[in-house]
Ligand binder design. Structure first.
Ligand code: HC1
Ligand code: SF4
Length: 574
């Protein structure tokens, strides 16, 4: 242990602890704009300076470690003056029109400037404004960038994509798409992790809420909304609701208040996806197709984009099942449209997703009888949903649980856990087991697929015995882990039959469209919310979803049958 003094308080910390972490031990917060634990400890912003007694120069606390006998002051007059000057300089190169900024009220720069009492700038403002394709789902505003390097690090170290890079040197140093490229050509998976790790409003999703408001105003148009599993775990964070209070039924109520005609749960079509994907898996597995290479889950569009751009030779291994989002749209504009006697052209499908990549995925077309159009018309993120609630003055106290609409209403616990890493695999295994064995397993028999994050390389693998079959499975999240897994398969050091990959660390609960809590990775605790919902669910198997059963009986026929192939499957080849 190392003993030192911080703000006149003694503190003992393990060797190698940074001064910032040591201060945290005794409840002292040192501000920073760039720090991300284990990812970005490079003192790019220099806001975290502290005073070391006996040293002329201030030192940065995020990348200097505690040493025996150090006497540190984190908020001395010298520190305050320096920190203030640093922030004033950053603000002089930042478009600080907070009122029209996507991160307003949740911006680290705003917080630090306010905490320091900065109310005017001694320097002239000058910031760069670069053009950007505003139609792309991910938007960068160069005038807001503070060069903290967080986006570079998360994209490189966690997602292994390297979309962002430093450009120029010295005072001209800036961040841009690597190799001076365009974002459209940059192999961006659209996972949105750079957005959720940006401390300011330099990165954000395309705002599609105006499209939703427009759709709600079209006379005689039917609006149908679906709510993704992970949204329920996080929207309450923005509204001041605890996980218990922030029910999905209240989101349904809010959407109805906005004027949406029918509100459904994507969990319904997660169950439908399992019917198709588990059937497809058993067909491919028993035909020996997976003896060399596995079948991959296909519900994460960022993962699909990653394969398309970097590992196209693996595309045939993807399940042909569409994602639950797209299946919902396809079922809405076929089966549901027929049931309610409405022309699918007069239906506008809205998805509320924790995801930025879903804004790209929804561009898929549906061809059904006379109808040729989009399965899903507009995708908004959890953040956009909350912003819409605010703009409609929907207060949390005026929301209560309402049921989803019929006839796509039923949803199992297996579908709910789709939103967290391992959930798709667990749900599929529950149904695959029932198909092979002719009886259900205990719902928690496959709980070993949870917690891939705890594995050393982030890849959880298991050999499962189901009847006479040994099934090798793997689960991972985060594209750097996925890349490792693909390399293992390529070089023959690992062999699996079925693999789940979600691009966002922790799965959709950690999605790029979820509310941002600076410095906190909330995916694990949001995942626990989904497991609790699954544990309490009256139905825990996708194949026991009554409305999915009715869909097959009344309309779709068999899983992986002719109509199912037409409506619920796709080719992921570009
Ligand atoms: Fe997801 Fe999925 S779990 S991909 O993360 O398969 O976005 O929540 O809706 O489609 O169901 C996202 C979440 C979501 C789909 C489902
Ligand atoms: Fe979107 Fe979920 Fe994939 Fe993240 S893990 S990119 S939120 S689908």
């Amino acid at each position: 242990m190392v003993n030192l003094t911080i703000n006149n308080q003694p503190v003992s910390v393990p060797e190698g602890t940074t001064l910032m972490e040591a201060a945290k031990e005794i409840g002292v917060h040192v501000p920073s704009l760039c720090y991300l634990k284990d990812l970005n400890e490079i003192a790019a912003c220099r806001v975290c300076v502290v005073e070391l007694e006996g040293s002329e120069k201030l030192i940065t606390s995020c990348n200097n470690v505690a040493q025996e006998g150090m006497v540190i002051h984190t908020n001395s007059p010298k520190v305050r003056a320096n920190r203030r000057n640093t922030v004033e300089l950053i603000l002089s190169q930042h478009d600080a029109r907070c009122a029209i900024c996507s991160k307003s009220r949740n911006c680290l720069l705003q917080d630090v400037a306010n905490d320091l009492g900065i109310q005017g700038l001694p320097y002239e403002q000058h910031y760069e404004k670069r053009p950007w394709n505003k139609k792309f789902p991910l938007i960068r505003d160069s005038a807001k960038c503070i060069k903290c390097m967080r986006c570079i690090q998360i994209c490189d170290k966690v997602q292994s994509l390297g979309v962002w890079d430093v450009e120029s040197t010295g005072s001209r140093t800036t961040v841009n798409v690597a190799n001076h490229g365009n974002i459209e050509d940059a192999n961006c998976s659209l996972c949105g992790q750079c957005i959720t790790h940006c401390p300011v409003g330099a990165l954000f999703e395309r705002n599609d809420s105006p499209k939703v408001w427009d759709a709600l105003g079209v006379p005689n148009q039917i609006t149908v909304a679906q709510i993704a599993p992970a949204v329920r775990t996080a929207w309450g964070e923005e509204m001041g609701l605890s996980p218990d209070e922030a029910t999905v039924g209240k989101i349904a109520h809010a959407l109805k208040k906005m004027g949406v005609d029918y509100v459904f749960d994507t969990t319904f079509s997660a169950d439908l996806t399992i019917m198709e994907e588990a059937t497809e898996f058993l067909q491919r597995f028993t035909a020996g197709e997976l003896d060399k290479r596995p079948m991959f889950t296909s519900c994460c569009p960022a993962w699909v984009r990653f394969l398309q751009s970097e590992f196209p030779h693996f595309l045939p291994q993807l399940s042909t099942a569409k994602s639950p989002q797209q299946m919902f749209g396809a079922v809405t504009k076929s089966y549901f449209a027929e049931k309610i006697g409405v022309n699918p052209e007069n239906i506008h499908c809205i998805s509320v997703m924790p995801c930025v990549a879903k804004k790209d995925e929804c561009n898929k077309d549906l061809y059904y009888k006379e109808f040729a159009g989009k399965e899903v018309d507009t995708v908004i993120t959890t953040r956009e949903l909350v912003a819409m609630m605010r703009s409609e003055s929907i207060h949390k106290d005026n929301l209560h649980d309402i049921p989803f609409d019929t006839i796509l209403e039923d949803a199992s616990g297996a579908g709910v856990i789709f939103g967290t890493t391992g959930g798709v695999m667990e749900a599929a295994l529950r149904t695959a087991y029932a198909t092979i064995m002719g009886r259900n397993p205990s719902p928690d028999d496959f709980a070993m697929v949870r917690n891939s994050a705890k594995e050393e390389n982030g890849i959880l693998s298991a050999n499962l015995q189901i009847g006479a079959h040994t099934v090798n499975i793997a689960v991972t999240s985060g594209l750097a882990h996925a890349r490792t897994l693909l390399k293992q398969i390529e070089d023959g050091t690992a062999h699996y039959h079925f693999v789940e990959v979600m691009a966002c660390p922790g799965g959709c609960v950690g999605g790029g469209g979820q509310p941002v809590r600076h410095g906190e990775e909330l995916a694990p605790q949001r995942g626990q919310t989904l497991y609790a919902l699954d544990g309490d669910a009256p139905v825990r198997f996708s194949h026991e979803n009554k409305d999915v059963q009715a869909l097959y009986a009344d309309f779709m026929g068999e899983p992986c049958g002719h109509l199912a192939h037409q409506l619920l499957h796709t080719s992921h080849q570009k």
